[in-house]
Design a protein around this ligand. Structure first.
Ligand code: SF4
Length: 399
């Protein structure tokens, strides 16, 4: 092993935690311009919408689109003076909420693998929930407070953040709070909506939101909050499904992307493969193409689960993100082939760890122009090595 500096015991770095997510109405300024995040309704993009977004990214952005862990699509590098025109394009594509407030509360993720034959109508549930959330009473919900609708016989979204979850168990559909093992049984979409909104109201009224405007359900429960218990039995949700792998399947294609990014040309190719079907953006930062029997070859589109690029994760890093002191994705590409098949490497521009909020085998964290290494931890955990150059990092991964 190459001699490299040991940890000083210092935290990796102190990033500026913004505590809110960008939207289309409320873009975030980054190192390469505005980041505009689009929340496709139901996580779906029609062919027209996909082609329109591809054109928007080429005309106003960097030409590259990014998928997020909330099943959203974002375009980077937009000039401030173009923001109004970008909103006009999104509006014409029916990809724009009527207001920033509506966009703010529409944090609902549905399983991308839902089918029309499902006993529970996921899309009707999302529509009913959204209609309720538009009430002014819910405007104070933190922007990261979210809902997960995953009510099939196996759960596909267990690892996806969601404060209130609509799932399925042996006695039917249930509503479950994040942090609780069991939920409350409901008969149908109407009951599920009513209970979910009751729990949202309780969260707000019982101090779930701090003075900084932030708050999550699991933390609120950990702090001793006791939810109002409806007079129905508690039920355990079904088991979590094994994560579906990239590649062709009976019900369509699951397409991965290095770093969750795809060029406008790759999005156009996917839209062509989808035909009349909408593309479904998954919170695993993949694209599900329902009923596709083939996907065109394109360097951005990964259909092989053992592709080395799927063993690495990296945020935009420098110069795209103003909080980063190091480039990240070039290093991640360089190291990918050296990461053992059963390991994962996260290269993070700073200790915020935007691209992966869970522990990894190796996490390289930028700080002051070099990298710290966190082993079996997240970007904000204590580093075991500091001051690493890219060559140092390569030597350690190979060791
Ligand atoms: S983790 Fe990456 S994207 Fe997030 S703030 Fe830090 S440098 Fe920027």
């Amino acid at each position: 092993m190459r001699a490299v500096p040991r940890s000083t015991g210092l935290p990796a770095s102190a990033p500026d935690v913004k505590g809110w997510c960008p939207g289309a109405h409320t873009p975030m300024m980054s190192g390469d311009g505005l980041v505009v995040r689009v929340r496709p309704w139901l996580g779906e993009l029609s062919t027209t919408q996909a082609l329109g977004l591809a054109g928007l990214a080429q005309t106003y952005g960097t030409g590259v689109l990014e998928l997020t862990s909330r099943a959203n699509v974002q375009v980077r590098g937009i000039a401030e003076e173009d923001h109004g025109r970008v909103l006009d394009v999104l509006d014409a594509l029916e990809l724009l909420d009527e207001s920033a407030a509506a966009e703010h509360v529409r944090n609902i993720i549905l399983t991308p693998y839902r089918a029309q034959s499902d006993a529970f109508d996921h899309e009707a549930m999302a529509a009913a929930l959204m209609a309720g959330l538009l009430r002014p009473d819910y405007a104070a919900l933190p922007s990261k407070f979210g809902f997960v609708i995953d009510a099939q016989d196996q759960r596909h979204l267990q690892g996806i953040s969601g404060d209130i979850r609509i799932e399925r168990g042996s006695s039917g559909v249930l509503v479950r709070l994040d942090g609780k093992a069991e939920g409350w049984s409901v008969a149908n979409v109407d009951e599920a909506t009513e209970l979910a909104l009751t729990l949202v109201s309780w969260f707000l009224a019982s101090g779930g939101v701090g003075s900084d405007g932030r708050g999550r359900m699991a933390r609120h429960l950990e702090n001793g909050a006791v939810p109002p218990l409806p007079d129905t039995p508690s039920v355990t949700p079904f088991e979590t499904a094994k994560r579906r792998q990239e590649g062709m399947a009976q019900d369509g294609a699951i397409v991965a992307l290095a770093f969750g990014q795809l060029s406008a040309a790759a999005l156009t190719a996917l839209a062509d493969a989808a035909g009349e079907e909408p593309l479904r953006i998954t919170p695993h930062r993949t694209v599900f193409v329902p009923n596709a029997t083939t996907v065109p070859a394109h360097p951005d589109l990964i259909l092989e689960p053992n592709d080395p690029l799927l063993r690495v994760t990296a945020c935009p890093g420098a110069p795209g993100c103003s909080q980063a002191s190091v480039p990240t994705r070039g290093l991640a590409r360089r190291l990918a082939g050296h990461v053992p098949i059963d390991r994962h490497l996260h290269v993070s521009g700073c200790a915020k760890g935007c691209a992966k909020s869970v522990a990894c085998d190796y996490t390289l964290v930028g700080r002051g122009g070099t990298f710290d290494l966190v082993e079996h931890g997240a970007a904000w955990d204590e580093a075991t090595r500091t001051g690493l150059s890219p060559d140092d990092a390569l030597a350690l991964i190979e060791d």
